[in-house]
Design a protein around this ligand. Structure first.
Ligand SMILES: *Cc1c(COP(=O)(O)O)cnc(C)c1O
Length: 361
């Protein structure tokens, strides 16, 4: 067994070993300054350099064009369920939502008191087993924006490609699949992501927003909820999450060193294949998501007999395969395979699943 466990938790999630080691080295004595990394002042030269470098590295990794700003904000992904309508739509205007499961549902519910939420497409009728076919979407050309959840972390449903929404800004919650594949950022008006899945410590959010959208904020929006204010202050309107931004920067460096998002996409495909191959061949495990919409990041599955779940989880834990319990809303098992999960972790889980089925199938 490795010294560090394979943590399959959905978030806060596994971090790369190299980043954990780096944090440990600088934890007590940051860059030889005699203070801890957690004491890093946001007005220090160190932080100015760290912040600028984190932004530049993220811009390089995702090819973020000059038309788009990058923000590091507090509060995770959830505030953006409200901030998106407050900043991009006037009261009474309508916005299109693609309903693909739990998180798009949360986004719609929060937006519904701020904007006229139109469901342009929904997979509810098939119990969220897919991303609705693009051909069936009923988009409104007058919508303030189109909102999608790029990867439904709980349901295990991921967009295989992103729609062209023409002049209507495309807004995506990429909390659980950002940095896992190359992206044409120019096609998006706004991307937001909580950090705790693929980037770093919980509490931090990344926002990428197209410059011309900053002028659409409705009047009366508080400063901390106003993207334009955050752009104006370069994410320092109030004290930024300095430690979390430092760690996010270490993760960006790590992803660059490992070969960038194209390499992350190759690894993600290989890890997901390990697990889906076992599911496809199994009579014990089931995953009901249509193959074309299956998430590379979160693989939920059920055991034919729920009473075996506890035994499955106990056996996994003894092997250092941790946090495989499914979300409380769905039950079952869920394996999250974010960037920091090594291919060997997915392989060990696949082997364990096969062996468990041999004994209990
Ligand atoms: C985890 C998650 C969220 C919520 O993130 P918080 O940081 O808890 O606000 C939102 N959307 C998606 C897709 C997620 O995976």
């Amino acid at each position: 067994m490795r010294a560090r466990a394979y943590n399959f938790g959905a978030g806060p999630a596994m971090m790369p070993d190299a980043v954990i080691e780096r944090i440990a080295r600088e934890w007590q004595n940051f860059r030889g300054e005699g203070y801890s990394a957690m004491e890093l002042g946001h007005r220090s030269e160190h932080f100015a350099e760290i912040h600028a470098r984190a932004k530049a590295d993220l811009r390089e990794l995702l090819g973020v064009p000059a038309s788009h700003h990058i923000l590091f904000l507090h509060g995770g992904a959830t505030p953006h369920f409200a901030m998106v309508p407050l900043n991009l739509a006037q009261p009474g205007q309508s916005a299109d939502y693609i309903h693909t499961g739990y998180w798009s549902d949360k986004a719609m519910a929060e937006a519904s008191s701020l904007v006229n939420v139109r469901i342009a497409a929904s997979a509810a009728a098939s119990e969220f087993d897919r991303v609705p076919e693009r051909a069936g979407w009923q988009l409104d050309p007058a919508a303030a924006y189109v909102h999608i959840c790029a990867n439904e972390t709980i349901g295990g449903v991921e967009f295989a490609d992103y729609p062209d929404t023409g002049d209507v800004p495309l807004v995506a919650d990429m909390s659980s699949n950002i940095l896992s594949q190359p992206l044409d950022v120019a096609r998006f008006g706004l991307i937001y992501a909580g950090a705790q899945k693929n980037i770093g410590p919980a509490g931090l959010a990344i926002v990428i927003i197209r410059d011309d959208l900053l002028g659409r904020v409705r009047s009366g929006v508080p400063s901390v909820m106003n993207y334009a204010r955050h752009v104006e202050w370069d994410s320092m309107y109030n004290t930024p999450a300095a430690f979390a931004i430092w760690v996010a920067g270490l993760v960006f460096e790590y992803v660059k060193k490992e070969g960038g998002v194209a390499e992350m996409a190759r690894r993600s495909a290989a890890k997901a294949r390990c697990i889906y191959d076992v599911l496809n061949a199994s009579r014990l495990y089931t995953n009901r998501i249509q193959p074309a919409s299956r998430s590379r990041m979160n693989v939920p599955f059920f055991l034919r007999e729920p009473r075996l779940e506890t035994r499955f989880l106990d056996g996994a834990r003894r092997r250092g395969l941790l946090n495989l319990k499914g979300h409380r809303a769905t039950g079952g098992i869920r394996a999250s395979l974010y960037n920091a999960m090594p291919l060997d972790g997915a392989r060990e889980l696949a082997e364990y699943m096969t062996e468990f089925e041999r004994r209990h199938g």
